[in-house]
Write a protein that binds this ligand. Structure first.
Ligand SMILES: [Zn+2]
Length: 103
């Protein structure tokens, strides 16, 4: 194979990989910011994979707190906070893995 042909083939291969990647990313369901009220709600969202990225990025995660009408302090949603912390640790590991892959 001539050098020129090899170069062109590499170029075509790169372009095909780009197209495939863009097609995958079109289905991306990652989020920039997400609010959760219950642990169940969070688990449901967290368990959905992203068709584009595999691991779904929920972006900034906020907790919606609803104060009881009787003036009592709102319930501390410990389970939800723990789930979010676990998710964030998994996401950090996933991002570190990606950086290793990309070199
Ligand atoms: Zn995604």
């Amino acid at each position: 194979m001539s050098r020129n042909l090899g170069k062109r083939l590499a170029q075509v291969e790169r372009r095909m990989a780009d197209v495939a990647r863009r097609e995958q990313l079109a289905d991306c369901n990652c989020k920039g910011i997400t609010f959760f009220r219950t642990a169940e709600q969070f688990e449901e969202e967290k368990n959905l994979p992203c068709p584009g990225h595999g691991f779904r990025d929920l972006g900034q995660i906020g907790i919606t707190i609803i104060a009881p009408l009787n003036g009592a302090p709102p319930e501390d949603n410990m389970k939800l906070r723990q789930l979010i912390a676990t998710y964030k640790a998994a996401r950090a590991r996933h991002q570190a893995d990606l950086e290793l892959e990309e070199g």
